[in-house]
Design a protein around this ligand. Structure first.
Ligand code: THU
Length: 128
């Protein structure tokens, strides 16, 4: 298994998901091979919950990374878990048409492109 997938699975272990019990891990690889990870962090107000993907993106951006090549998302589901709508918007903004690799605890994987999951995005090109 690749380092990126292992990083997403390991990040999942840190999930703070006492309400849903649904743990997610994400790992983002930048152009230079650096890996940034995230897990979902839930809140008692529910609405302030932040998904694993957004935690990983915000960590990476705040540490100065800018160009990303691959994103791995790990969850314990037979049908592999894709990013939610809000995360697709954020991932598009910072990762564009990057490769997305979904993985579960059995090591089942599926590789997709962001464009396939998010075909007609609103983005900065409309603000020109
Ligand atoms: N969640 C993620 O972290 N990423 C996803 O791609 C889907 C959902 C989290 C949010 C919440 O903590 C829990 O999973 C259930 O929705």
């Amino acid at each position: 298994m690749s380092k990126l997938l292992e990083a997403a699975l390991a990040a999942r272990e840190n999930a703070h998901a006492p309400f849903s019990k649904f743990k997610v891990g994400a790992a983002l690889e930048d152009q230079t091979g650096r890996i940034f990870t995230g897990c979902n962090v839930e809140n008692a107000t529910y609405g302030l919950t932040v998904c694993a993907e957004r935690v990983a993106v915000l960590k990476a951006i705040s540490e100065g990374a800018r160009k990303f090549t691959r994103i791995a998302i790990a969850a314990d589901t037979d049908v592999l878990t894709p990013p939610c709508g809000a995360c697709r918007q954020i991932l598009w903004e910072f990762c564009g048409n990057a490769e997305l690799i979904l993985v579960n605890l059995q090591g089942k994987t599926e590789s997709l492109r962001m464009k396939d999951l998010f075909p007609r995005p609103f983005d900065a090109s409309f603000l020109d």
